[in-house]
Design a protein around this ligand. Structure first.
Ligand code: KG4
Ligand code: ZN
Length: 342
């Protein structure tokens, strides 16, 4: 079964063709980062308009790259939530309409299920059951995954998502949007241990997270050391980025270990934009090796938003004969544990 996948939930237009026999045939991504950078964050209306401009040309490009004609496509998968309604509407209405025109089934994919399954596109995919840490710009969740669609929420952020915290810390340090990769880069030249930021909620039992306190801590540390231009000197900024990243990563590692202990599982999957963070990957590898557990993640480009994960997730559901009616449905909010199993 050959599936065209469309991702338009936020600020990236991702398109891919996935074949259930031959794997990923082609994928492409257009990022709107430059468009939103001057506003310091995503402007929803501009995002929707850019998806309108880009999605169809990218579909043509990816079909050609994958050596597929329209007649070779057996189904269309598009992100139908959670995300920005206008942006979601672009991919969903285009995907649903194309499926109608080509007389093939369509499936609306949960964006976080897409992230969660992205490591399945790698050579050595994880086996069920596992614990998944979903860390993106909008979500920080620990989920017990028994099979596709069988999800039990173990814990989540009670306030900011991990990616959101990175983005806000970046803004305070006057770094460009999206801030996660910029904070990570600046942290490389920081001195570990000059500042010690709190590890929120690790002393309490349970698997929930809270990152908003780190934001305040970052702000007050910057205020304490700022010069006339409103920022501390370059080295101090790097030291703050380093302390911030270490606090977030260490908190995530502690909770992941706790989730594995609690479930008795030995496999952890990390997915979503923050799973691209090198320190998070390295620290988890070291921590889990001590308990004979293993961490799996997608290649860098499939950690952040992409069409390949949507094509893959949609393909699994279409193979199970699940599909949408003719209506175009999108959801800004959509709990992961409400999905149906295969
Ligand atoms: O999954 P994603 O592309 O979009 C959402 O579904 O939200 O995640 C984007 C988030 C942003 O907050 C971005 O700053 C963060 O992932 N991010 C990172 C890194 N790369 C992306 N955070 C920390 N370190 C990184 N290397
Ligand atoms: Zn995402």
């Amino acid at each position: 079964m050959r599936i065209l996948g469309l991702e338009t939930s936020c600020d990236e237009t991702g398109v891919a063709v996935y074949d259930s026999e031959r794997g990923l045939l082609a994928h492409t991504l257009y990022s709107q980062i430059a468009l939103h950078a001057e506003y310091g964050g995503v402007v929803p209306e501009l995002a929707s308009r850019d998806h309108v401009r880009k999605t169809l040309p990218l579909i043509n490009e990816v079909l050609a790259k994958s050596g597929s004609a329209a007649a070779d496509i057996d189904g269309i998968a598009y992100t139908s939530g959670p995300g920005l309604i206008g942006a979601l509407m672009v991919g969903a209405s285009l995907g649903r309409s194309l499926a109608y025109a080509w007389n093939v089934p369509a499936i609306g994919v949960h964006h976080m299920e897409g992230h969660l399954l992205a490591p399945m596109l790698e050579n050595n995919p994880p086996a069920f059951p596992f614990v998944a840490l979903l860390v993106s710009g909008g979500h920080t969740q620990l989920v017990k995954v028994d099979a596709i669609g069988v999800y039990e929420l173990l814990g989540e952020s009670v306030d900011d998502a991990a990616g959101e915290a990175f983005d806000k810390a970046a803004k305070m340090l006057d770094l460009d949007y999206p801030g996660g990769p910029q904070v990570a880069k600046l942290a490389e030249s920081g001195v570990e241990g000059r500042f010690i930021f709190p590890r929120p909620m690790v002393d309490r039992p349970g698997l929930d997270f809270s990152f908003s306190g780190l934001k305040t801590f970052t702000l007050t540390t910057i205020a304490k050391h700022k010069l006339e231009n409103g920022l501390p000197d370059d080295q101090t900024c790097a030291d703050i980025a380093c302390a911030f990243q270490t606090a977030v990563v260490e908190t995530l590692v502690i909770k992941c270990k706790r989730a594995l202990e609690q479930t008795g599982l030995k496999t952890l999957v990390i997915a979503g934009g923050v799973s691209a963070n090198k320190k998070l990957r390295a620290d988890l590898e070291i921590a889990l090796a001590k308990t004979n557990a293993k961490v799996f993640y997608a290649r860098h480009e499939f950690c952040t938003d992409n069409g390949a994960m949507i094509a893959y997730a949609g393909c699994q559901r279409l193979l199970d004969n699940q599909h949408e009616s003719l209506a175009v449905n999108v959801k800004a909010r959509w709990p992961l544990d409400s999905l149906s199993p295969l």
